[in-house]
Design a protein. Structure first.
Length: 851
């Protein structure tokens, strides 16, 4: 066939792979295993370009590893519980199960159109009882070990979603899903004891060398381990004591007042009659404030005097006790010794309420005077105004003062974590039922194992009215107590959906196992995931919970690994420019005609380039893209336009360029078939041109291999193959050089296969092979054949030398440009800037012009 028509060949090969079970992963193999996983999608209804990019990146790695001879596990499934299904049910009257499974069918078809190399036999949806029954069992085991427990706590409550949110699900005081302002509410909730694993989770971050440093830093920060000191301040003239947590015992002599959380249990005892009405007014005012606002730093520091005093254990001075809005009850002890000279929040508070400021840490090289200070000095220095401790540097003083306090029983060193236990109860219908029964006589009774699963009833009424629909479902709620047989009530809360995604990667090892949550042999064979790929938005929640669950499953004896994901790649977003009319807001491209709004005729401002989103009207539908260009072009563009970690900017010319390149590859092969048939009929020579092509072939194999393997430099890898294709076109005397020509063409096809597998299968067949190109193995290079001149080029950014690159003397412009832009140091200088121009001075330098 002379014309490249993706339509025909793509479905053909997809069916072939399906029939041949090309991507089936088999645990019983003598090859080394490689487990490649992309974060599984929520079945929202449609695949978007972000999915295409994520899965295309993963597919390159999967196919590459398979060709390299690994036994690859590359599964796909659905994170299928969650609120959108319920909201759709309320809005459109479709049952969440129907909505979810229809979406799954739809999205599976879309994924299959992209030609991703999944082992579909392992597919599952987390809303299937065959999955969540095991989650319920894991919960029962956690309950037995005290790793799951119930307590009343103040929770983040979203009024719109009528549910509790984990701290991680509150963004700037708003619900991460619906953006409603989050309020506080007291509720009995189930918790997972992630804090038991705080240290292991923290220490583990040092060993995760295959993770981006940024993600590790976010996790460390979230765990927030800090060494500090608990100090006891007796209340003046009474028996009560106030315990504070501080990381700065060195500033003890600078404490000039005490700040308590308004929710502190001692408040009632401390408030004097004269102060009572003011205090009560303050407490109810703070109750209306959001927690995240209270600590945000921007919010005005407010407080109220309780009327009581406490005693500084170091020097016996008495300090007024205040309540302050920025002190939270669930951190430390809920009480803070306020040191305005050295803590900014205390400083602002002291200025507001006219409280004394005493400098106790003098920074080197300057002298602070309390009256003239405009902000706290939080840094280091030498102690002053601190009695026997004067003259010590403040780090030493931390230890000395802590020891001194311990000696008189008024303090001790402590360890504190920011990490809180994970609240997993949700007052929602579409989730895993928590398998517990409440009996008046027997209390909280776990559902006996043999009664699992606790099935989610399907006949529920979803009205959007407050509370959980399960609580209104009488035949679900009413149950006999498994212990005493008397009428009892079922728990009606369901799990946070992050519970399902905390162990799905392990279940892929044995998705049909029906005796236990996991088949130990299978899980121990496949885990850990060798390469995990997903969005940076999951840096804390999902990735921390999954690490926690892995350790829990290990301690329950269900698997033998400590960490779930050896290597992590966080891919960037897919962006596109937006367009905005001053009257009609965001516009679709078709609403803009010659730069004017098609409704009002006003000139349209070209908006910023932003993450593709429906609301900004800048999305590209992958289905349409595939209709027009085929899946291979869609994949190639997603992989070629930017390195995986960076944001990718959509551009139609880029897509067309990719389509043209594939057409060129197609013709390079089909135009050569005749010449190749003649191979051997003429005496072959080794002309300079043929030697050159051979060298280029081997150089390209080496480069592509190294670019893909662990580095993910897909764009430069593709650029290198483009050059090789150019070199093939440039070869004179093709018939005479048929051997070299064939080697080059086969290299192109095999090297491109991980990126654009359909066209490669077709061309591989055309080149006379019977088996799939996937089975042909990854090409290797010959060191001898490589030898050619390598040259060094200097890379400048705006005329200043910022790096050096090595390229083949014959390298073409595109490749040189990309190598220059990829250089680590150059990257730092162009980060966040617009690249205007890249000037290549042959054989000498590259200058990147940014603004
Ligand atoms: C005295 C002091 C002096 C403090 C000073 C800081 C600087 P990290 O590092 O984040 O753990 N703190 C303690 N409990 C608090 C609570 N429940 N709500 C708000 N703030 C609280 O922070 C520890 C510091 O945060 C503690 O050290 C305490 O203020 C404050 F120059 O104590 B510090
Ligand atoms: Zn009972």
């Amino acid at each position: 066939e002379s014309q490249y028509s993706p339509d025909r060949i793509e479905t053909k090969w997809q069916e072939y792979w399906d029939q041949q079970k090309t991507f089936r992963a088999d645990q019983h193999s003598s090859k080394d295993k490689f487990y490649l996983l992309e974060m599984f999608p929520y079945p929202s209804g449609r695949i978007h370009m972000g999915h295409v990019r994520n899965y295309a990146i993963g597919d390159v790695v999967a196919r590459f590893k398979r060709m390299q001879g690994y036994n690859v596990l590359h599964p796909m499934g659905w994170d299928a519980f969650g609120m959108p299904a319920e909201n759709a049910a309320i809005e459109h009257g479709i049952h969440p199960a129907k909505w979810t499974y229809e979406n799954i069918d739809n999205m599976r078809k879309q994924l299959q159109r992209i030609g991703l190399s999944y082992d579909w036999e392992r597919e599952f949806a987390t809303c299937d009882p065959a999955y969540y029954r095991w989650e319920q069992l894991i919960f029962l085991k956690m309950l037995e070990r005290g790793l799951a427990y119930k307590k009343t706590s103040s929770v983040n409550w979203c009024e719109d979603c009528q549910t509790v949110l984990a701290n991680e699900q509150v963004e700037d005081g708003r619900c991460w899903r619906c953006s409603q302002t989050v309020a506080q509410k007291q509720l009995e909730q189930w918790f997972f004891k992630i804090t038991d694993y705080a240290d292991e989770l923290l220490e583990g971050t040092d060993k995760l060398s295959g993770w981006p440093e940024r993600v590790l830093a976010m996790q460390r920060n979230w765990i927030g381990k800090s060494y500090g000191c608990e100090i006891i301040f007796p209340v003046a003239d009474r028996k009560e004591q106030i315990k504070v947590f501080t990381t700065r015992p060195d500033t003890l002599f600078g404490a000039t007042f005490m700040s308590l959380a308004p929710e502190h249990p001692l408040v009632d005892a401390l408030v004097t009659n004269e102060q009572r009405s003011q205090v009560e007014a303050f407490i109810s005012e703070v109750a209306r404030q959001e927690k995240t606002d209270r600590v945000s730093g921007e919010v005005e520091k407010k407080g109220v005097f309780t009327g009581s005093y406490c005693i500084n254990p170091a020097d016996g001075r008495s300090l007024p006790v205040y309540l302050a809005n920025f002190v939270l009850m669930d951190y430390g002890t809920g009480a803070v010794m306020a040191v305005p000279a050295h803590d900014q929040r205390d400083f602002e508070f002291a200025r507001q309420y006219d409280l004394p400021v005493i400098v106790v840490i003098q920074p080197e090289g300057e002298e602070l005077h309390a009256p003239s200070m405009t902000e706290a000095h939080a840094g280091s220095g030498v102690l002053v105004n601190s009695g026997a401790f004067d003259g010590l540097d403040n780090e030493t003083a931390k230890d000395r003062i802590a020891t001194f306090l311990a000696g008189q029983d008024s303090g001790r060193q402590t360890l504190n974590y920011r990490l809180r236990d994970w609240g997993v109860s949700r007052q929602r219908y579409w989730g895993t039922p928590i398998p517990v029964i409440y009996c008046d006589q027997c209390g909280t009774v776990p559902v006996p194992e043999q009664q699992l699963p606790v099935l989610l009833p399907t006949d529920v009424e979803l009205t959007g009215a407050g509370g959980s629909p399960l609580a209104r479902h009488q035949s679900f709620v009413k149950v006999d107590c498994p212990t005493c047989g008397k009428p009892a009530r079922r728990e009606t809360d369901t799990f946070d959906t992050f519970v399902e995604s905390s162990w799905y990667f392990a279940r892929y090892a044995c998705p049909q196992h029906d005796e236990a949550p996991l088949d130990r042999d299978a899980v121990n064979y496949w885990l850990p995931v060798d390469q995990y790929i997903g969005g940076i938005e999951h840096a804390v929640m999902h990735l921390l919970y999954a690490r926690f669950f892995t350790k829990v499953l290990r301690d329950l004896g269900l698997l033998d690994v400590d960490e779930p994901f050896t290597n992590l790649l966080t891919q960037g977003m897919v962006c596109k420019e937006t367009q905005r009319c001053s009257e009609h807001g965001w516009l679709y491209p078709e609403q803009v005609i010659e730069g004017k709004c098609s409704t009002c005729g006003r000139t349209v401002e070209a908006g910023r380039t932003e993450k593709m989103s429906k609301s900004k009207k800048n999305v590209i539908d992958p289905n349409q893209l595939i209709d027009t260009y085929g899946a291979d072009t869609a994949r190639l563009f997603s992989l070629f336009a930017a390195p995986p970690e960076k944001d990718l900017e959509w551009n139609e010319q880029g897509v067309e360029g990719c389509a043209r390149f594939l057409g060129r590859v197609w013709r390079a092969v089909s135009d050569s078939l005749d010449d190749l048939k003649q191979a051997g009929t003429m005496s072959e020579s080794s002309s300079e041109a043929a030697m050159e092509l051979r060298r280029k072939t081997h150089q390209t194999i080496k480069k592509v291999t190294e670019d893909i393997d662990g580095r993910f430099h897909f764009n430069t890898a593709i650029a290198a193959v483009m050059e090789l294709v150019n070199a093939i076109y440039a070869l004179p005397e093709r018939r005479r050089e048929a051997t070299v020509l064939k080697e080059a063409l086969e290299a192109v096809v095999r090297l491109l296969n991980p990126f654009v597998p359909h066209i490669c299968e077709e061309l591989w067949q055309a080149l006379g092979h019977q088996q799939s190109v996937e089975a042909s193995g990854w090409p290797s290079w010959n060191e001898e054949a490589l030898k050619s001149d390598i040259i060094n080029l200097v890379v400048q950014v705006n005329g200043k030398v910022r790096g050096k690159i090595q390229v083949a003397a014959t390298a073409e412009r595109t490749l040189i440009e990309q190598e220059a832009l990829n250089e680590a140091n150059v990257q730092r200088y162009i980060e966040g800037k617009q690249v205007r121009k890249v000037i290549v001075v042959a054989g000498r330098l590259v200058n990147v012009v940014v603004s």
